[in-house]
Design a protein around this ligand. Structure first.
Ligand code: F6P
Length: 328
C-alpha cells in the first residue's frame, strides 16, 4: 500500500474483551491528538464501522479509564464485517468521515478482518494484540493475559485452602478455547499436580494411574488445572471419568469462567497497552502499514498482519516435563 498522509484515524476493540484494552484506547487517542490527528472511536468492534456508530474522541474522552477493565468502546464478534457487502458499507462510512487509518485492538479473529479489509480497500490498518489467551505469534505479551492469569492464580489459591482442609481432588477449569497459556501459567504458579492443555495430548490412562498411586500413598489433595479447550474435554468431562474410575476420590469441580476477563488491569497490562497504543499510531504515521505491534524481548516488534494471523504461538513441551517433576 502506498504511503499517504494520515490525518484521521479510527480505533476499535474487537473479539473477547481483555483487561488493559482501555489503556490501549487511551494511548491511541492521546498519541493521535498529540500528533495533530483527528481520532474517532468505533463502537462495538467492526459492527460500528458497518452501522456507522463512530464517535469523535479527544483527550478528555479517555480520562479516568486506564484502571478500568472491559472496554469503553464496547466489543463484538461481528458477522456482518465478514461479508463483502458489510466491508463495503464499512469502507463507505469511513470514507464519508475522512478516516484514513485504523487501529484494531483484538485477537487473531479481529486481525483476520483487518487483513481482509486492508487488502480490499485503501485504508491502512495496524493491529494491537488484545486477548487474555496470549496465543499470538510475534509478541511475548498480549494485553489482558497478565491480569487474567493473576485472577486465576488468586482464585486457585483460595480453592487450595478448602481443598486442603477436606483432602479433596479439585478440577479447576480456566479459559482458553484454543490455547493453554492461562492453564499452564496458573497451574505452575499454584503447584497443580496436573495441567491439561489443548496443545498437548491428554493421556487419561496415565492421569488415572498417577492419581491411583497417589491415593495409595495417602496423598488425597490433588489439583488439576484444565483449559476449557483441552481436547479431552473441560472440567466436567474429566470429573465424570475420574468419578467412574476412582470413586473413592472426593472430587469437586470449579469453572472460573468470565471472572478471568474482568477486573482492573495489572500494572504490566497497563504498561504494555500504553506502549503498544503509542507505537500503533506512530506506525500509521510513518507508513508502516498492516502490521501487528507486538513486544519481543521487551522491545517493540512488528509482524505483518497476514503472518500474524497465520502463525500460532506454540508451547514448549519442556514445560510439561517440568510440571510433572515439580508436582511429584
Ligand atoms: O478469546 C478469549 C476467550 O476468553 C477464550 O479464552 C474463551 O474461550 C472465549 O473468549 C469465550 O468467548 P465468549 O465470551 O464469547 O463466550
Amino acid at each position: 500500500m502506498e504511503k499517504k498522509q494520515i490525518t484521521k484515524i479510527g480505533v476499535l476493540t474487537s473479539g473477547g474483551d481483555a483487561p488493559g484494552m482501555n489503556a490501549a484506547v487511551r494511548a491511541v487517542v492521546r498519541t493521535g491528538v498529540h500528533y495533530g490527528l483527528e481520532v474517532f472511536g468505533i463502537m462495538r468492534g467492526y459492527n460500528g464501522m458497518v452501522e456507522n456508530d463512530i464517535v469523535p474522541m479527544n483527550s478528555r474522552s479517555v480520562a479516568n479509564i486506564i484502571q478500568r477493565g472491559g472496554t469503553i468502546l464496547k466489543t463484538a464478534r461481528s458477522k456482518d464485517f465478514f461479508s463483502p457487502e458489510g466491508r463495503q458499507k464499512a469502507y463507505d462510512n469511513l470514507k464519508a468521515l475522512g478516516i484514513n487509518g485504523l487501529v484494531i485492538i483484538g485477537g487473531d479473529g479481529s486481525f483476520r478482518g483487518a487483513q481482509k479489509f486492508s487488502s480490499e480497500f485503501d485504508i491502512p490498518c495496524v493491529g494491537i494484540p488484545g486477548t487474555i489467551d496470549k496465543d499470538m505469534a510475534g509478541t511475548d505479551y498480549t494485553i489482558g493475559f497478565d491480569t487474567a492469569v493473576n485472577t486465576a492464580v488468586d482464585a486457585i489459591d483460595k480453592i487450595r485452602d478448602t481443598m486442603d482442609a477436606h483432602d479433596r481432588l479439585f478440577i479447576v477449569e480456566v479459559m482458553g478455547r484454543d490455547a493453554g497459556y492461562i492453564a499452564l501459567h496458573s497451574g505452575i504458579a499454584t503447584g497443580a499436580e496436573n495441567i491439561l492443555i489443548p496443545e498437548s495430548k491428554t493421556d487419561i490412562e496415565d492421569l488415572i494411574k498417577s492419581l491411583t498411586e497417589k491415593e495409595k500413598r495417602k496423598k488425597l489433595v490433588n489439583l488439576i488445572v484444565v483449559a476449557e479447550g483441552d481436547e479431552f474435554g473441560g472440567a466436567n468431562e474429566l470429573a465424570k471419568v475420574i468419578k467412574e474410575r476412582l470413586p473413592s476420590a472426593d472430587t469437586r469441580v470449579c469453572i472460573l469462567g468470565h471472572i478471568q476477563r474482568g477486573g482492573s488491569p495489572s500494572c504490566q497490562d497497563r504498561l504494555v497497552a500504553s506502549h503498544m497504543g503509542y507505537y500503533g499510531v506512530e506506525s500509521l504515521m510513518i507508513g508502516r502499514y498492516n502490521v501487528m505491534v507486538g513486544m519481543m524481548n521487551n522491545k517493540i516488534h512488528y509482524t505483518p498482519l497476514d503472518k500474524a494471523v497465520k502463525e500460532r504461538k506454540t508451547i514448549g513441551h519442556e514445560w510439561m516435563k517440568i510440571v510433572k517433576i515439580l508436582a511429584s
